[in-house]
Design a binder for this molecule. Sequence first.
Ligand code: GAL
Length: 422
Amino acid sequence: MAGVLGLAACGGSGGGGGQAAQSSAATGGGKQQVEVFSWWTGPGEADGLQAMKKIFEERNPNYTFFDAAVAGGSGDKAKALLQSKLQADTPPDTFQGHAGAELQGYIKAGDLEDLTFLYDELKLKDVFPAQLVDQISVQGKIYSVPVNIHRSNVLWFNPKVLKEAGVAAAPTTIEEFVADLEKVKAKGKIPLSVGSEWTVTHLLENVLLGTLGTDAYNALFKPGADWNSPQVAKALENFKTILSYAGDPQDDWQPAAKQVADGQAAFTIMGDWAYGYFHNPPEGGLGKKSKEDFDWAPAPGTGGTYLWLSDSFTLPKGAKNRDGAIAWLKVAASKEGQDAFNPKKGSIPARKDADQSLYTDYLADALKDWSSDKLAGSIQHGVSVSQPWLAAINEAVGLFIAGKDVAALQKALAVAAQANAQ
Ligand code: GAL
């Protein structure tokens, strides 16, 4: 790895906050439930979790997996509920948290147990990249188990729609991208599909990286960074231009991605969880044909950089079924668990010793790029900014969607950085 690493439906077994409260109670058969909290309920997301659940239940006949997932891409709703559970000292047995600034917040708040004992027992320091372990550590103690590496900066496109519009190849620069969006518009198709508000922040991080380049992007998260610069202004102008080609916002990332797969829209910029959704067989996914129904390239201007994020699982202090949670973490940490989860999730394993033959098609490209690209940390998915900082960015983006005022957006982003960079 190059560079510096840097409230709705419930899934599977059903239930919500109320049922979650009894999650670690013994069930009828004398089995104990393990409450696993995530936001992987939707098509393309739940498949990976189910694959890991299967292994967990096979390995642990005395436990049942209790799916406490809260719907909503990127976990905005889940994280709000989680916060209230942590504050009320009723944590789930284990929860999904992003490596980086997001996890550091939970660690500093004293919400998590140190997992060094598990790292020692399973020799995990040997199998995870050192820079990744750094993102989930404070003062030498390690607080979560990373299950994957996702890529944020993927431009997904429908090759047939591009062809109809006379676009010969995926755009590699922002200028080419804007020209291509215009060509698609002229053909009457949706140039760019977007989902709920967080997907627009996701687009923003990609346009910032694509405009500023990797080093200047990474510098934005250091104390004293200059968000008022003309370069950031240029990036935000690009963002405004690109956003002017967006179709009607869809409810979440899946319906936005589906517009591309179905040929209604040409492009969407989304993380590689979209691959699981496009590619997985129907029920879980769309069962679409790679390179025919959908194709991919680095988001414009970001080739050679992996805008990364990583999902990890934790052991909250006061977990009711602590042993069950540790059993879950062991599966999440294992080669078998990661190799079952990631090909379905559309991510590459966090472990360095995974079975590479399982990662084909898009995922083979991802593995290759991960080993050679420069790294930049995602904003929307917890790497570069803390949760309060992200909340301020999301609010600024929300106002921007309504008012399209670049100067106001830049000012709000600068204020958010000043208040939150550490
Ligand atoms: C990210 C998460 C991914 C995926 C995505 C869309 O924050 O890390 O695993 O679930 O949200 O929901």
